[in-house]
Design a protein around this ligand. Structure first.
Ligand SMILES: NC(=O)c1ccc[n+]([C@@H]2O[C@H](COP(=O)([O-])OP(=O)(O)OC[C@H]3O[C@@H](n4cnc5c(N)ncnc54)[C@H](O)[C@@H]3O)[C@@H](O)[C@H]2O)c1
Length: 427
């Protein structure tokens, strides 16, 4: 909280050099945007990422040619010593969970340790990575203080400004989404707010503490997770009752205040992860959030539900399950985005294989090497033309929606999807 008297000097916008640490879905657009206005360094521990970016190759497919052209003050570096010239450090590294669904702060603390080596009096460190309230001023600040031998608010200041971008969304982009800002002192908060206001056309929203900003980000994603969990539960209930859930949801959406969410497999680096950051923190404090945890339980159980539904359809259609050929379309966590993190499809695949079926996956957006490394799954390299017993449209990439009956309709017995997409089964 902003209780201590601010003593650390702050830079002015006229003399800043920004370093963005971590150049993924969040860090790269930020680096390019700041690089249009200020001297900016883009640093990443992945040398491959840096060499790709130097030739304008972006695996996240977020960047337009004009972004590259306009970002005239941006330089990429993979040598951390280059960071010594910066006075604003913005950290945008991953904050995943481990296999026990416990926050894995290793990237965040490692990035903090790198910055700490070059931290000077008067510098500002801003975190954009999503994390639980108190993490920035406790865990991250501890690393910064211990390694730099500088004191928070006496020598340097902290900020937290969560990122709200939605990869593959071309409407809500970095500059068109209002940015939450905060600082470890009132002065730092105002400075950080001014810094972001200078690049975000949608404006900024300064909150009074870093913890408020951390909490704001977490609850945005927890709310989304819960809304999807609600419609997933409706989908399961309708299944028990023999009612068409998608028809029900379409009908309900005609009421002005019914929230129009769709059932689905919740993966990705944010919605399926962030609620666990909050529940982890609260469990440690002796309060066990029930609504948030219930949403996670429902969404985490959806891959099993989907696999069982497919098996049920096969039995109803008298298709022998042992050695049945099942094609899953899509492995990324959402349509038109190459991100495969926390994809729920490998779980569906394993469940179906446990019943003896043979499962193939096709996804032209996913990086096949990354899929092998992350899930030990070899993707089909082309859409196969041979007969499948079941086609499961898991992720509705635009590319799949154009397939329609011409390709898929002739080669399968059962077509299944959770999405409202109208590709009809052959029947
Ligand atoms: N992806 C999204 O849509 C999104 C949206 C809002 C917030 N966030 C949050 O932003 C943060 C970053 O997510 P992302 O999707 O950009 O991750 P990402 O995996 O796409 O990119 C992270 C980058 O950081 C690099 N990196 C890892 N450790 C590093 C270190 N110690 N020093 C320097 N670089 C390092 C990696 O090589 C990678 O290039 C996470 O906390 C995430 O929850 C993500």
């Amino acid at each position: 909280m902003n209780t201590s008297a601010p003593k650390a000097p702050l830079p002015t916008l006229e003399n800043i050099q920004i370093a963005i640490i971590g150049l993924g879905y969040v860090g790269l657009p930020l680096a390019l945007e700041f690089g249009k206005h200020y001297r900016t360094l883009g640093f990443d521990t992945s040398q491959k990422r840096i060499s790709d970016l130097r030739t304008h190759i972006d695996r996240t497919r977020q960047i337009t040619e004009s972004d590259w052209d306009q970002s005239c003050y941006l330089k990429f570096c993979d040598d951390e010593q280059d960071l010594s010239t910066a006075n604003i450090y913005i950290i945008a590294v991953p904050t995943p969970i481990d296999t026990h669904k416990v926050p894995d702060l290793s990237h965040l603390l490692h990035a903090s340790a790198i910055v700490a080596k070059y931290l000077k009096r008067g510098d500002v460190v801003i975190y954009e990575s999503t994390t639980y309230p108190t993490c920035t001023q406790n865990e991250c600040a501890n690393v910064l203080e211990q390694i730099s031998h500088l004191k928070l608010n006496k020598d340097f200041c902290l900020g937290y400004s969560p990122e709200r971008i939605n990869p593959s969304d071309r409407t809500h982009t970095l500059t068109s989404i209002k940015k939450i800002t905060s600082g470890s002192t009132d002065e730092a908060g105002k400075f950080i707010d001014k810094l972001y206001a200078s690049i975000i056309t949608a404006g900024t929203h300064l909150v009074s503490s870093i913890e408020s900003a951390e909490m704001t980000k977490i609850i945005e994603n927890a709310q989304r997770d819960l809304n999807i969990a609600f419609v997933n539960e409706i989908y399961i209930i309708c299944e028990h009752l023999g009612i068409n859930a998608l028809e029900v949801l379409e009908a309900a959406k005609t009421k002005w205040n019914f929230l129009p969410f769709s059932p689905g497999l919740v993966g990705g680096h944010c919605i399926s992860v962030d609620p666990y950051y909050l529940t982890h923190k609260m469990n440690a404090m002796g309060y066990h959030p029930q609504v948030i945890s219930s949403g996670r339980l429902i969404n985490d159980a959806m891959p099993q539900f989907v696999a069982q539904k497919i098996i049920k359809l096969m039995i109803q259609n008298r298709i022998e399950i042992l050695n049945a050929q099942i094609l899953i379309l899509g492995i990324t966590f959402k349509p038109n985005c190459p991100d495969i993190r926390n994809s729920q499809i490998p779980i569906v695949k394993t469940q179906l294989e446990d019943f003896g079926a043979k499962v193939s996956i096709y996804d032209p957006l996913a990086d096949s090497q990354e899929v092998v490394e992350s899930y030990h799954i070899s993707l089909l390299s082309v859409l196969p033309s041979h007969q499948f017993d079941v086609i499961f449209l898991a992720i509705a990439h635009d590319e799949f929606l154009h397939l329609s009956h011409n390709t898929l309709g002739k080669t399968h017995h059962i077509y299944y999807t959770l999405t409202p997409h109208k590709l009809e089964p052959l029947a």
